[in-house]
Every structure is written in C-alpha cells, then in structure tokens.
Design a binder for this molecule. Sequence first.
Ligand SMILES: NC(=O)c1ccc[n+]([C@@H]2O[C@H](COP(=O)([O-])OP(=O)(O)OC[C@H]3O[C@@H](n4cnc5c(N)ncnc54)[C@H](O)[C@@H]3O)[C@@H](O)[C@H]2O)c1
Length: 276
Amino acid sequence: MSDTILEKMFSLQGKTVVLTGAGGILVGEMAMAAALCGANTVLLDISKNSGRKVVKAIKDKNAETIFLQCDVLNPKNLQDCCQKILDKYGRIDCLVNGAGGNRIEATTSETLSFFDISIKDLKQVLDLNFIGTMLPCQVFGKEIAKQKQGSIVNISSISGFRPLTCASAYAAGKAAIINFTKWLAVYICHNYSPQIRVNTIAPGFFVTEQNRFLLYDNLGQLTQRGQTILDKVPQKRFGMASELTGALVWLLSESSSFCTGAVITVDGGFNAFSGV
Ligand SMILES: NC(=O)c1ccc[n+]([C@@H]2O[C@H](COP(=O)([O-])OP(=O)(O)OC[C@H]3O[C@@H](n4cnc5c(N)ncnc54)[C@H](O)[C@@H]3O)[C@@H](O)[C@H]2O)c1
C-alpha cells in the first residue's frame, strides 16, 4: 500500500484533537500518536507537571501541541479551555476522554470492607470516571455538534464488561461509560449529524506507574495478582501503551467512518476467554 493511501486513511492533518488525562501514561502515548498523524493536539490534565512533560515530548518530535490545565469535573474550567482552544485553532474535531482511575480508599482489601467505604470515596471514583467523561462530551461535544462532523472516543476498561475484584466503583463507572457511549452515538446522529461518531476503547491490562506495584514485586517478579491476570490473557502478556494507539488513530480518522457506538477491546483476548 502506498504512503498516500495510508495517509488518506489515517491522517489527522489539521484536525484539532482534545485529550483529557493527557498527562497520564496511556493518553500521553495516544496524544503523541495523534500529533504524529498531523493533529493539533490539545492536552488537558489536572496535573501541570505531567501534562507539560508530554507536551515537551511531542514538541521534541516537531509536532503541534499545547497544554491546558483542566479539571474534567469543573464545568467552568472546561468552558474556559474550550474558548482558549477555539481562539487558537478555530475548531474542535475530536475529543478523547481519558481522565480516569481508581482510588485505594474505594478499593476493598483485607482491611477495608465494601460496607465501610465512604460515600465520598465511592462518589469520587464514579464522578471522575463517568461524570468526568460526560461533562467534556457536553462542552466540547457541543462545538463538534455545531460543525456537524467529528469523532469522540471515550476510554472505558475491560472491567466495564465484567467487574474485577476489589474495585466496584471503578468498574461501575467504566460500565456507565460504555452505556453512555452508545446513547450519545445514537443521540448525536439523530439530532445533529450522522457524520459525528462516538466510540469507546476498553483497554485490558497495561503496566503503568499506578499499577506496577500490584503486578510486579521489587525484584521484578510477577505478583500473585499479576500471575492470575496473565493466566486469563490468551496472549500471555500485559499490553504496552503504544498498542492502544492503532485503535485510537483508526477511531479518530476517516477510516472508521461507518463505526459509531462501538466498544473496541484492546486486551490480548482477556474479555473473550471464558476460562475454559
Ligand atoms: N492502565 C491500565 O491498565 C488501564 C486499563 C483500562 C483502562 N484504563 C483507563 O485508561 C485511562 C488512562 O489510564 P492511565 O493508566 O494512563 O492512567 P494515569 O493515572 O497514568 O493517567 C490519568 C491522568 O488523568 C489525570 N486526571 C486525574 N483526575 C483528573 C481530573 N479531575 N481532571 C483532569 N485530569 C485528571 C491524572 O493527572 C493523570 O495524568 C483511564 O481512564 C483509566 O481508567 C487504564
């Protein structure tokens, strides 16, 4: 296949792509991929330090990017960022909702029963993962709706299909993202434009700084939980952040023009495996 055909299929040239949680391991890698495919990438993260590190890495590759500090749970903050993006680039074509995560205070363990987790901690995890996806869809999605064209990609998790032990609020939040993605995909086609697509990526197990201690011990050996996970992954390994970028670029680009309301699992086969 010639470079021209590939470029036509997967190019993001001139598109403004907004990514939340872009200072993180997975979305940072996604931002880099979108920038290298020609997008003007706008990195939003609550953490200035981590967001700026990703911006520097992208700029070092001579690709276009800016960072804006943003809390996805703060509507005013989102509105201000939206205005700044429109002032700079004049339009918003794509949105990637990657801000998310779990909290130890909302995770059951030998010392914490589900019955004793505070409502505040449960709500924080549900809010970050679910409301933190809905609000950016409202603010940036409104601009995409005006343009009648674009792509929204929400980041769920394989725990959105079947919950993993210990993290009930996280799993519920990720399940809600899958449900909401389908709803928004239909709503936006019916009411705004069939050229706007809304899809979800459901990553499996990726080693990141946040979960490395759960998967490997100090000597670099798999923990029991790490081994239990790998026993259920037909491809017998954890994913690398770079292995999510193909699905992302495909969903952002015109290559996926007939794909909306879909959930794309990138999990080494985990979700397909019944265990037998
Ligand atoms: N790591 C995995 O194995 C895995 C698996 C499935 C799904 N996911 C999901 O993928 C996404 C990215 O995960 P990651 O591993 O890169 O996590 P990460 O912790 O490295 O990145 C998350 C980023 O979100 C930012 N953030 C947190 N709260 C925010 C807020 N209120 N507003 C804006 N930004 C905020 C953090 O500062 C951080 O930079 C998350 O939604 C996560 O739930 C991760």
